[in-house]
Ligand binder design. Structure first.
Ligand code: UTP
Length: 235
């Protein structure tokens, strides 16, 4: 059975506690897990940023703020497990090895953050390497990787396909502080470069787009790969 690791941004799944987008994900994740070994790494979203800014108002250092962020990612992960019900391994795993063991159950394995100084994209990228994933998918609040921030720069262009090395040059120069919302963290990109597993970055705000991976040759998004092979539709 092919293996997929999904990095599901908190800004996609639960932008805010009163704007959940969890339910629409249940059927598509369950469908994918019937034909793939599936791991989902959940982000912290707006709630993590709110907690982190509160911690900073008490002069907390960045590593402490990261720990707060990790707790929120795990809280979101637990919520997703509750929504998935029997389809999911019943607890939030807290290490890559634990994820590998839990996957023996055949259920969807869900986790959040692990270590200060990174984001859940990095957790997912390391997991992709650890579980020998066939594909690493990053579901985020933009529809791919752009040459610049499309929210502030109208001349920004979306890449259809790029190499990990090219992605690295896009992310170098991003800020590295707790709660910052960047295209992808540098640790994640270094991992993608190291393991050579294809990465697909796509807009996750509409869960039906994920569904289209099962049908379509080439959904909208950026494929990061060294060999240019298109890994769709998922079989
Ligand atoms: P996220 O992975 O959610 O970061 O972790 P994000 O870039 O805000 O992603 P979205 O918005 O969910 O898509 C939230 C914060 O938790 C801490 C970091 O401070 C991060 O910014 N964190 C998370 C860690 O320190 N280590 C981890 O392994 C994961």
């Amino acid at each position: 059975m092919p293996t997929i690791v999904l990095s599901l941004g908190g800004s996609v799944l639960l932008p805010d506690i009163d704007r959940p987008n969890i339910k629409p994900y249940i059927s598509v994740l369950t469908k994918i897990s019937s034909i793939h070994r599936l791991f989902v790494v959940v982000g912290g979203g707006g709630t993590a940023r709110q907690y982190i800014s509160l911690a900073r108002s008490f002069d907390a250092d960045e590593a402490f703020s990261d720990e707060i962020g990790i707790m929120v990612t795990r809280l979101n992960a637990m919520l997703l497990i509750g929504a998935l019900g029997q389809a999911a391994w019943p607890s939030v795993v807290t290490s890559h090895t634990e994820a590998l063991c839990a996957a023996e159950s055949g259920k969807i394995v869900v986790m959040g953050g692990i270590t200060p100084g990174q984001t859940t994209d990095a957790v997912a990228a390391v997991l992709a390497e650890r579980v020998s994933a066939d594909l690493f998918i990053n579901l985020t609040a933009v529809d791919g990787i752009y040459s610049a921030d499309p929210r502030t720069d109208p001349s920004a262009k979306r890449f259809d396909t790029m190499t990990p090395c090219e992605l690295l040059s896009v992310v170098i120069g991003q800020q590295a502080v707790a709660g910052v919302n960047t295209v992808m963290d540098i640790v994640a990109v270094k991992m993608v470069e190291r393991c050579g597993i294809p990465l697909f970055v796509m807009d996750g705000r509409d869960p039906s787009v994920l569904d289209s991976l099962l049908e379509s040759e080439r959904p909208v998004g950026t494929l990061v790969t060294n060999d240019g092979k298109i890994p769709f539709p998922l079989k």
